[in-house]
Design a binder for this molecule. Structure first.
Ligand SMILES: Cc1ncc(COP(=O)(O)O)c(C=O)c1O
Length: 443
């Protein structure tokens, strides 16, 4: 079915006014959005007004809803692998990070149920004081063993693992050297830390070296990078980072949120892919992607983990990861190790989509990562494209400024081992029709 035959059906939006045609909608969007200065323009500049006036003057989400292109907070009524139900309609999701399709695995669900019955719904306290369960300790042991690391701390989210670790390690005289495309939790950890942060250009080893040289005299240096960048799907240049860390006597923290379960031997991440496991001082991970749940962890030398355990506010002053999640993650980890065909299928699916999209004329990142951003550039066009995908049964992510620089807007797609051939072909077909009709690719 051709998208232009469809009406806007997003249950979270008012239907687009029928008298507005596609180019008028895009023109109207451009009028309303100021992507350089704010995500969605506020009608009030708040100068000299009360703290809350910015909220009352913030109308852009409503404007986007009126135009029928609001892409956020879609209400999912059911989830099953690569399919979700929204507004009573079955759609294929290409926006989830459930890389190994484990969220609905009966064994993972059963492990969660058993833990729920044995321990109840939550720990109602922090790991530090009263929330450390035998389940947490077992998972920590299993992760350490899997990653061949000495010790691991399981935390409540990956966000807190980054934020808590970085903020407690960076002392007043220390400097973090952080890739500009690092995750928000790394930015946040650096912002809260007492030490200074220097941001190096994305994956640019010459610039990192320039920065390290500039602060050569500083003793405490920590290079921080995502192993796989969540928006672009780029892989960090870990060999380059390791070399510079040696030359300039810096430590290294790698966030393997999108690397674990995807890259390296048995899914050990990009550090394993490059055979650099021994060179990385701190390995941070999350359970919200390949492990299909929630939670995060830090693996490092026991002297480092013991320090973090007693100093990281984001770990100490928050409730422990609940029993059902911990047990589910532990089972997911075991399944990942025992069923390597999942990772193979994931890579086959990613390669199939990259080839298909590339052959159509879209700009595609050329690596094995299952994150495929479709670069559109123009924000209004991107939001409109995204809505048309949704109307045609494809639920993709969208990244506009300030998540990406202004006029670098993209549709963010990600693939899993759970996508079937039929799913992937439907997604490709939909991209082709809409991309052609919007003039982004030619027929
Ligand atoms: C690179 C990266 N690091 C950390 C996180 C945070 O993980 P979590 O969802 O466990 O808080 C994310 C999640 O979006 C991520 O993409």
């Amino acid at each position: 079915m051709k998208y232009s035959q469809l009406t806007f059906e997003n249950p979270n939006c008012k239907p687009a006014p029928p008298h507005l045609r596609r180019d008028q909608i895009i023109a109207k969007l451009k009028e309303n959005f100021d992507f350089e200065n704010a995500h969605l323009r506020s009608s009030s500049n708040n100068e000299g007004e009360g703290v809350l006036s910015k909220c009352y003057g913030y109308e852009a989400p409503d404007q986007a809803k009126d135009l029928g292109i609001y892409p956020y907070f879609r209400e999912i009524e059911a989830m099953n692998g690569a399919h979700v139900t929204i507004g009573g309609r079955d759609v294929i999701t290409v926006s989830s990070n459930n890389y190994l399709g484990l969220t609905n695995d009966p064994r993972v669900v059963e492990a969660g149920k058993t833990a729920l019955e044995k321990f109840g719904t939550g720990c109602t306290g922090s790991r530090f004081l009263n929330g450390t369960l035998s389940l947490h300790k077992k998972l920590e042991k299993d992760i350490s063993h899997f990653l061949k690391r000495d010790d691991t701390i399981v935390m409540s989210t990956g966000y807190q693992a980054n934020q808590g670790t970085i903020s407690c390690l960076l002392g007043r005289k220390d400097i973090a050297f952080s890739d500009r495309e690092n995750h928000a939790s790394i930015y946040e950890g650096c912002a809260v830390a007492a030490g200074k942060t220097v941001r190096f250009r994305h994956n640019d080893m010459d610039h990192l070296e320039y920065c390290l040289k500039k602060y050569r005299g500083v003793e405490g240096k920590l290079i921080i990078t995502d192993s796989v960048f969540s928006m672009s799907g780029d892989i960090a240049n870990l060999p380059g980072i390791v070399k510079l860390a040696r030359d300039y006597k810096a430590s290294i923290l790698v966030d393997e949120a999108h690397g674990m379960g995807v890259m390296g031997e048995a899914g050990r991440g990009v550090t394993s892919y490059y055979n650099l496991e021994k060179e990385i001082d701190i390995y941070v991970g999350t359970f919200s992607k390949s492990m299909g749940s929630i939670g995060g962890f830090v693996s490092a030398h026991p002297k480092i983990t013991e320090y973090i355990r007693h100093k990281a506010s984001a770990f100490i002053f928050t409730a422990a990861l609940p029993p059902a999640s911990v047990a589910g993650v532990n089972t997911a980890l075991n399944i990942m190790i025992q069923e390597p065909e999942r990772i193979r299928q994931l890579h086959n699916n990613a390669a199939y989509m990259k080839k298909g999209l590339f052959d159509m004329g879209f700009q595609i990142n050329n690596n094995p990562i299952p994150i495929i951003p479709i670069k559109i550039g123009d924000e209004a066009l991107t939001l409109y494209f995204n809505q048309l995908l949704f109307d045609n049964g494809v639920f993709a992510g969208v990244a506009v400024s300030p998540v990406v620089p202004a006029f670098h807007a993209m549709i963010r797609t990600s693939y899993t081992s759970a996508h079937t051939q039929e799913d992937l072909d439907h997604v490709l077909h939909t991209f082709k029709i809409i991309g052609t009709d919007l003039g982004i690719i030619s027929q």
